[in-house]
Structure formats: structure tokens, C-alpha cells
Design a protein around this ligand. Structure first.
Ligand code: NAP
Length: 435
């Protein structure tokens, strides 16, 4: 028997549990620990609420929980209720699948002004993450600046631009829907510090921007290289650039759409200004050096904006005693091994890149490493040891059965057309499991 603790119940955590189940069969006991009472991490709190087909992958994770050898333990905060060192004492292997829930810092003057938020907070707010339910973003803003040219920037712009009708079928939380109903947004500007050929937006997601009921994407022909240059791009990127080029040829009805989504390329934010609250962004024009890095040209201009959402990537929170790479915002590791017995997977291993499926090979890789590093005859206490420790500390942990009750309650309170209305308070989640 091997005892494995996985910290984090998002895709990376569940793929690791599934891989351990496949590798070791009944000869393993896996505990997936999460600080929230509910599982699935980024699937619940990160994936856009109008992308329900992506969220359907949680069905696969539910299957992983059906075996007796994988257990979900929610409402347990590692670092507060139990330490990493204690988990290492109790389990043969500890796998950090903690994701990258912190925003990469927007390091420019004025980034602490009211009205400037990071994507972790904004996405967490519309997805009902308990940490961000009280965010109250400035939705009276007529002009919103979104910093970054990645898929998170796209999600944020799309959610801001969609009509209530377009959000039917999504699981956007009630408080966000109420807020967006009051929205005064007329202009959303993406600030990309590089050009159309350097965007990090994938084609399917970018294409959606051209299909919105009341918003139209706007691009400047001058920002594009010669069309022939697109041939050098890899196919996915070429498709994305083709979408951008097509945005120049607006459909006849598009001119009447009241919200503009402007792509401002070669535009580097250098300062945020305002009287207590953000009023404008100072932008410096850029050009690319031979390594395709952006460098400022010295030419500056102002963009009026009352809400700024920085979507420039994420970081993994460091854990005391665990080696960490500050520059890359992830644990220091070699292919997922931090040291024998301590591993990391997903964004905690690679940094915040890739799709949900990118986490699958990480999970299978970590199972192989555990097999290499750890013998089959464990002397560790595993589950009973953790249960006794948590009970002794009065920790009210949740089980997968509890999650199923919370799930049923959320489905039961959904507004019409929506798959669920999430609880955004931990106390409400805990109460729902007791019903
Ligand atoms: P991302 O893809 O890394 O994009 C970050 C963007 O921020 C880039 O355009 C980057 O520009 C820019 N940036 C970084 N630092 C900046 C700075 N200091 N000033 C200005 N711009 C800056 O990150 P993400 O959008 O957060 O997405 C994270 C991962 O999740 C990605 O792999 C993404 O594809 C994935 N995701 C997928 C979906 C989906 O498939 N539907 C949805 C959401 C997220 P440079 O290129 O110049 O660095």
C-alpha cells in the first residue's frame, strides 16, 4: 500500500489521482485535500461560466472518486489546519496541485487605485469564488481597459460584453448577473504590449468575439504585418490572426452594435492615474526587438478608463519550506519532482499555461515518479492519521458525499435556464451538506 496526499482538487489534482489509481490499482490510498468545501478548482472557479462544455470534464473527476481508493477532503487548509511537514510524516508522497490562484503583479504606478483589479479577482467574482464574492467591480464604467492578450482577457471581455440573453445556460452567479445588468460599458480596450502575431488568444475563443449580440471587435489595419507573413505562423496562431484580420471586415449589422471591443496593439501600460479611483491609463507605444520582445518607443498617450482589469497571468503561492522559483511564480522542480516524496503538477509545476488537458500527462508523470521513488510497503499512517489529526483540531472537513449534497442544493436553487446557482459563502456550503 502507498499513501498519497494531493493538495488541490482542480484538474491537475484529479488527473494525478486518476493516474495513481490506474498505476497502483487497489494498492494505493489517495486523499485529495482542498481548502474549499467543494472540489474541482479551476473548473468551478476559473473556466468561464458560458463555457459549460469545458466544465463537463468534471464528470470524469467524479468517476475517479467512485473508487474507495480516492477520497476528497474539503474545507481543510494546508498551512493552517495541517502543515506540509505533517502531511509528509503521514503520507509516502505529497503532490502539490495548488494551481496558480494569485495574479501576476501589475508593477506600474497607480496599480493600487480603486477600479484596478486582477483577473483572479474578477474571474473569481463572476464565478462565485468565496474569496471574491464582495469584489464589487466598477461596472458603472463606460470605458474598460483589459491588460493582456491571452484567453483570460478574452473571457473577461466576453462576459462584460454579453447580454443577459447570451448568458442564459451559463452558471454565472446571481450577484455578477445583477451587477452586469447595471453595466454602462460602451468600450472595452485590450492592451497588448506586442502585435497581432504575438497574441496568446486561441482561435475558437477569439472567433466568439465576432459573434456577440451587442459588441463588435475593432482592429487597426496598420497594426498588421503583410498578409503573406501569416504563412510563417503555426496553424493555430494563423487561425487566430485570420479571425483578427476578418474583424476588419465588419458584418453590415455590426456598426449598430453599441459596445466596441478595441484591440490596441503595441501598447504598454506605464501608469494608472486618477483621484483615488482610476480615471486614465498612460500607454507607451512599443516596437519589437529581434527576439520579438516589446520595447518602449517613448511615444505616450492616454486612455480614459474607469475600470482596469489586468489579465497578465498568474502565480502559485509559495509554501514555507518548499523550494520556489520567484521569477516564474511556481515551485522549483525537475519534471514535477521537488524532492523524492514531494512533487508538483499542473500550474504549480509548469506555471500558468496550457489547457485543462495539458494537466493529464503531469498526473501520469507523477505516478511514474512515485513508483520509482517509493516502495510498495508503506510504514506511514495515511488516512487514519490525517483523520485523527483533523478531528483533534476540530476541523470540519467535507467529503465527496457532502459535495454531492451541496451540488444537488446548488442545482435545486438554479435560476431558469442555468445549470446551478453556486453558494458563494463557505458557511452556506457547509449548511447545505447537512440538509
Ligand atoms: P497568457 O496566455 O500567458 O496571456 C497573458 C498575456 O498578458 C499575454 O498577452 C502577455 O503578453 C500579457 N502580459 C504579461 N505580462 C504583462 C505586462 N507586464 N504588461 C502587459 N502585458 C503583459 O495568460 P492567461 O490569459 O492568464 O491564460 C493562462 C492560461 O490559461 C493560458 O494557457 C490560456 O490559454 C489558458 N486559458 C484557456 C482558456 C480556454 O481555452 N478557453 C480560457 C482561459 C485561460 P506577452 O505575450 O507580451 O508576454
Amino acid at each position: 500500500m502507498r499513501h498519497i496526499a494531493i493538495i488541490g482538487s482542480g484538474p491537475a489534482g484529479y488527473y494525478s489521482a486518476e493516474a495513481a489509481q490506474k498505476k497502483f490499482g487497489e494498492d494505493v490510498a489517495v486523499d485529495i485535500i482542498d481548502r474549499l468545501p467543494v472540489p474541482f478548482g479551476l473548473i468551478r472557479s476559473g473556466v468561464a461560466p458560458d463555457h459549460q462544455s469545458i466544465k463537463a470534464v468534471s464528470r470524469r473527476y467524479e468517476k475517479t472518486n467512485q473508487g474507495n481508493n480516492v477520497r476528497f477532503i474539503g474545507n481543510v487548509t494546508v498551512g493552517k489546519d495541517v502543515s506540509i511537514a505533517e502531511l509528509q510524516e503521514l503520507y509516502d508522497a505529497v503532490v502539490l496541485a495548488t494551481g496558480a490562484p494569485l495574479d501576476r503583479i501589475l508593477d506600474i504606478p497607480g496599480s493600487d487605485l480603486r477600479g484596478v483589479v486582477g483577473s483572479a479577482a474578477f474571474v473569481g467574482w463572476y464565478n462565485g469564488h468565496p474569496d471574491f464574492k464582495d469584489l464589487k467591480p466598477s461596472l458603472d464604467a463606460k470605458s474598460v481597459a483589459i491588460i493582456g492578450n491571452g484567453n483570460v482577457a478574452l473571457d473577461v471581455a466576453r462576459i462584460l460584453a454579453k447580454t443577459e440573453n447570451e448568458l442564459v445556460g451559463s452558471d454565472i452567479v446571481g450577484h455578477a448577473l445583477d451587477g452586469l445588468r447595471q453595466s454602462k460599458v460602451e468600450k472595452i480596450t485590450f492592451l497588448g504590449r506586442r502585435g497581432p502575431h504575438q497574441i496568446a488568444m486561441t482561435p475558437k475563443e477569439l472567433g466568439e468575439l465576432g459573434q456577440l449580440e451587442r459588441a463588435r471587435p475593432v482592429v487597426e489595419a496598420d497594426d498588421f504585418p503583410e498578409p503573406g507573413d501569416d504563412a510563417m505562423l503555426e496553424p493555430g496562431m494563423r487561425k487566430s490572426v485570420t479571425h483578427l484580420r476578418n474583424f476588419q471586415i465588419a458584418a453590415p449589422d455590426a456598426q449598430h452594435k453599441p459596445i466596441e471591443i478595441v484591440f490596441d496593439f503595441f501598447a504598454m501600460p506605464v501608469e494608472l492615474q486618477g483621484d483615488g479611483k482610476v480615471e486614465r491609463l498612460i500607454v507607451e507605444k512599443t516596437e519589437l526587438d529581434k527576439d520579438l520582445r516589446s520595447i518602449g518607443t517613448g511615444e505616450r498617450y492616454e486612455l480614459d478608463c474607469q475600470l482596469v482589469i489586468s489579465c497578465i497571468g498568474y502565480r502559485t503561492p509559495p509554501i514555507e519550506g518548499v523550494p520556489y522559483e520567484h521569477g516564474r511564480g511556481r515551485f522549483a522542480n525537475t519534471d514535477g519532482r521537488i524532492l523524492p516524496g514531494l512533487y508538483c503538477v499542473g500550474w504549480a509545476k509548469r506555471g500558468p499555461s496550457g489547457t485543462i488537458g495539458t494537466n493529464k500527462p503531469d498526473g501520469f508523470g507523477v505516478a511514474e515518479m512515485i513508483d520509482e521513488d517509493i516502495g510498495a510497503n508503506s510504514r506511514k499512517l495515511g488516512r487514519p492519521g490525517l483523520d485523527a489529526m483533523l478531528a483533534g483540531r476540530g476541523v470540519d472537513a467535507t467529503t465527496f458525499r457532502d459535495w454531492q449534497k451541496i451540488d444537488e442544493a446548488e442545482i435545486g436553487r438554479a435560476r431558469e435556464g442555468s445549470p446551478r446557482e453556486k453558494f458563494t459563502d463557505i458557511a452556506d456550503m457547509i449548511a447545505a451538506r447537512k440538509v
